[in-house]
Ligand binder design. Structure first.
Ligand code: BTN
Length: 333
């Protein structure tokens, strides 16, 4: 779809969201400077996206069903006006990977705060080069930030993103927890993950793409069979769907505050107690990949700098900086 079509689409959706009653074809044609036939075609193109638009002769168009896709006109009404994240929000029904799109657009001047979203991903990527199943109904998005922090604080980008997601989901009553450093679990099963990719110039992070995936409103059988025993979806766990645009707005609002603090030199340490209270890793047997090495042991403690203390054998501990995991893949946090 050409850029202009996308803009008309989003403005049309916005008009339907704000309308208190039917809007006539004539009024829309006047507002958009397009023929009534062109308006009709644009309205028709909303149907495959899940919109149900009722057309009554001589009265006009009315949206009788608006889907909960992560589209700008559906997310923006839930964002506070001073939020620096969420402008623009670029949605497509299908993308290979929202992180890939963000990295591509980063070279073309994508502004700080842009969010790339998708109805589904056909090449979703997880950490350590794993595929990430991304069917329709999930939340697949990447937040783009410029100059977020010094390189030594790069691990904070994901630690804080996990906290933002937890806050947003808990606000909706979803009992989500964090598995160090940035997996999201419900009752011990993975329901979300974060893949951050950074570009650094010397000691500074020039820009970062924080990719967040949440298994939200789809049945568990859409997940690959081989991960179904350890992964889950919010719908499966709670029995009810979440309103995805509202949840995205809440994640962005929380993340905006946390990243502003990070820029001002107040990162993970400031939210340490809250983060620890949400983290279910301590006391568990875990396996951590550090470079080519796989460390197994009991997670003893997460330190105020975000690193994990692992007891690899009785009385022997190793401290794993999430940055070590981070840079083992060069650019993946
Ligand atoms: C993990 O392995 O736990 C991280 C998963 C990250 C998935 C998200 S979905 C949106 C963004 N686009 C991608 O291709 N990956 C991330």
């Amino acid at each position: 779809m050409a850029m202009d079509d996308t803009r008309v689409r989003d403005q049309l959706i916005e008009a339907f969201v704000n309308a208190e009653g039917p809007i006539s074809g004539e009024e829309l044609s006047h507002r958009f400077g397009l023929s009534r036939t062109a308006i009709w075609k644009h309205i028709k193109s909303l149907e495959p996206l899940g919109f149900v638009i009722e057309a009554s002769p001589r009265v006009g168009y009315r949206a009788v069903h608006i889907p909960d896709e992560l589209m700008a006109p559906l997310v923006r009404p839930h964002l506070p006006p001073d939020c620096l994240l969420g402008s623009p929000i670029l949605w497509e029904a299908s993308r290979a990977s929202t992180n890939d799109t963000a990295l591509e657009l980063a070279q073309k001047g994508l502004p700080h705060g842009a969010v790339i979203t998708a109805g589904e991903q056909t090449g979703g990527r997880g950490r350590r080069d794993r595929a990430w199943a991304s069917p329709r109904g999930g939340m697949w998005f990447s937040v783009f930030v410029r100059n977020p922090c010094p390189l030594r604080h790069a691990p904070d980008l994901t630690l804080l993103a996990a906290l933002a997601v937890c806050r947003a989901l808990r606000h909706e009553g979803v009992p989500v927890e964090i598995k160090w450093p940035n997996d999201l679990l419900i009752r011990g099963r993975k329901t979300g993950g974060i893949l951050a990719q950074i570009r650094a110039e010397g000691e500074l992070v020039d820009h970062a793409v924080i990719g967040i995936g949440l298994n939200a409103n789809f049945p568990i059988d859409l997940l690959p069979a081989e991960i179904r025993h350890r992964a889950t979806t919010i719908l499966h766990e709670t029995g009810r769907p979440i309103h995805r645009p509202k949840v995205l707005a809440r994640v962005l609002t929380e993340l905006d505050r946390l990243y502003r603090d990070l820029r001002d030199g107040r990162g993970f340490q400031v939210v340490y107690d809250e983060w620890i209270a949400l983290c279910s890793t301590v006391g568990q047997e875990v396996e951590v990949a550090v470079g080519d090495e796989r460390l197994r042991g009991k997670a003893r403690e997460v330190l105020p700098d975000g690193s994990l203390v692992l007891e690899t054998s009785p009385g022997v501990t190793r401290t794993v900086v999430s940055g070590e995991v981070l840079f083992s893949d060069r650019e993946q946090v």
